[in-house]
Design a protein around this ligand. Structure first.
Ligand SMILES: [Zn+2]
Length: 489
């Protein structure tokens, strides 16, 4: 990366520098003082300081069986490390409890039978499987099809249950009959839960290769009712049986655990305008997760520690999410727990998940849909975030590419709630293209991170140039929104 020229200000303490800058009268037409703060902050947030946080996270993993997964001591110690650093920097720190699936056992096969207008019993393991981690339940109720496409289209198109509007007219207590397609099973199940379904049957969509059911862990239990995955034949039959009433039973033992998001909020700044910056803190069980997501954790933590010295105009709230790797559970439960008034105060959400991939590309979340790869743009305001990050990289002569809001990280619940979002991602298991290798260096035809979700995602894995550049970009973006240099959307 390009080395920034060091000014005289670098030689004195930060507190003194802030005081000195604040004491100077800015002549008319001069650079706003906040611009000076932003530049100073970017200087203070160094790649080496960020790397030290990754070293600490690696040490925690080493002492705890090699990982920092949710529900483990490795996670608890990671949370304690972050909380203690934020506390020392003067933040108001909260440990925000969230639930996750600790264990799930199916005690006996599911029961699915038509009880009216005729009697028919379906065969578990052939016609249907229980979705893991379905809660136990035993319900007999009318079946109600939810925006199904029958007969199915030649290629998959069904959006059954993907939108809450699909459940307009749904009778609470009925068994929701939902077709596979377009969005994740977990989304369909979640929506059915909001619609107060008494039970949930998702059936395969119906194209060749998409007819049979299979066992599947969808990581979602919060609908609170029994849920199964059935064959296309079963779904098609139930949907075409007027007056169908079904008996659905799942016999399982679901045990939930509790863990904690760490939230640190600046004491200064306007509480009605919150700039929120997040990174997930948990790793997968397979490894220590130092790029995924020790890198994002380290970069936002260092930004938090340094920006704590500045007189921010807007509140800055840093979130270190639990249980991202098991379904964005930390961020999802956080957003779900906010009132609409509290959501409205969050003016931007910046997400940083994997910012030091060894074979990196500088990917910015596609706020304006200019890179449309298949997913829509973020909510209004997201384009400004993308523009602002793009300007930072351009200012250093560095290229960026777009990356879709595909729902694979913690921005998901925020954009679902209409909160403008953006951020940086340097790539996971995807393969670097020749065009990207020309822009960023590295190796085309190889994954951005060959150690993604593996034991080798250690302190040896991250690319320190990418970490350094992205730590600066994160500091710059946070500062611009915190100081109102970029008007908050
Ligand atoms: Zn991640």
């Amino acid at each position: 990366m390009r080395v920034f020229r060091r000014g005289a200000i670098g030689a004195i303490s930060l507190a003194a520098a802030v005081a000195l800058v604040a004491a100077q009268q800015a002549p008319a037409g001069a650079v706003p003082i906040e611009e000076t703060y932003a530049k100073l902050l970017v200087k203070k947030v160094t790649g080496e300081n960020a790397r030290q946080h990754m070293v600490a996270l690696q040490a925690i993993a080493n002492q705890n069986g090699g990982n920092r997964a949710v529900g483990t001591q490795g996670y608890a110690q990671s949370a304690a490390y972050v909380a203690s650093q934020l506390n020392q920097a003067g933040y108001s720190v909260t440990l925000d409890p969230i639930n996750f699936v600790e264990s799930w056992v199916e005690n006996s096969p599911p029961v699915l039978e038509l009880t009216a207008p005729t009697q028919k019993t379906y065969t578990p393991g052939v016609d249907l499987f229980t979705f893991q981690p379905s809660p136990a339940g035993d319900v007999t109720a009318p079946v109600q099809a939810v925006d199904v496409t029958l007969p199915p289209t030649p290629t998959p198109t069904s959006t059954s249950g993907c939108e809450m509007s699909d459940f307009a007219g749904f009778t609470p207590g009925n068994i929701a009959l939902i077709q596979r397609g377009t969005c994740p099973f977990a989304t369909k199940v979640r929506n059915a839960g909001f619609a107060q379904a008494g039970g949930i049957i998702i059936f395969n969509e119906g194209q060749p290769g998409r007819t049979d059911p299979f066992p599947l862990d969808i990581g979602e239990w919060r609908a609170g009712v029994p849920m199964v995955f059935a064959s296309f034949a079963v779904g098609n039959e139930l949907a075409n049986t007027p007056g169908a009433v079904v008996h659905l039973k799942v016999d399982s033992t679901l045990t939930l655990g509790t863990d904690y998001n760490v939230i640190g909020e600046s004491r200064k700044g306007d509480p009605n305008n919150v700039v929120m910056v997040g990174a997930h803190l948990d790793s997968v069980p397979a490894g220590p997760g130092i790029n995924d997501n020790g890198s994002g954790t380290a970069a936002i933590l260092e930004t938090a520690l340094q920006i704590g010295n500045f007189p921010v105009k807007n509140k800055v709230r840093f979130a270190f999410w639990a249980a991202e790797e098991v379904g964005l559970l930390g961020s999802d439960q956080y957003v779900e727990g906010l009132t609409q008034a509290e959501r409205d105060k969050i003016r931007v959400y910046l997400n940083f998940d994997m910012v030091a991939s060894p074979n990196y590309a500088y990917k910015l979340y596609d706020g304006d849909d200019s890179d449309a790869i298949g997913f829509p743009a973020g909510p209004p305001g997201s384009a400004q975030i993308e523009d602002q990050l793009e300007a930072f990289f351009a200012g250093r002569g560095l290229a960026t590419v777009g990356t879709d809001f595909d729902g694979r990280s913690d921005y998901g619940p925020f954009i679902a709630a209409g909160i403008p979002a953006g951020g940086i991602f340097t790539g996971a298991e995807g393969i670097k293209t020749p065009a990207e290798a020309a822009l960023f260096g590295g190796t085309a035809g190889v994954a951005y991170d060959v150690c993604y979700h593996q034991a080798c995602d250690t302190i040896a894995n991250p690319n320190l140039t990418a970490l350094d550049v992205n730590a600066d970009a994160i500091a710059d973006s946070t500062a611009r929104f915190a100081f109102n240099l970029t008007a908050i959307p």
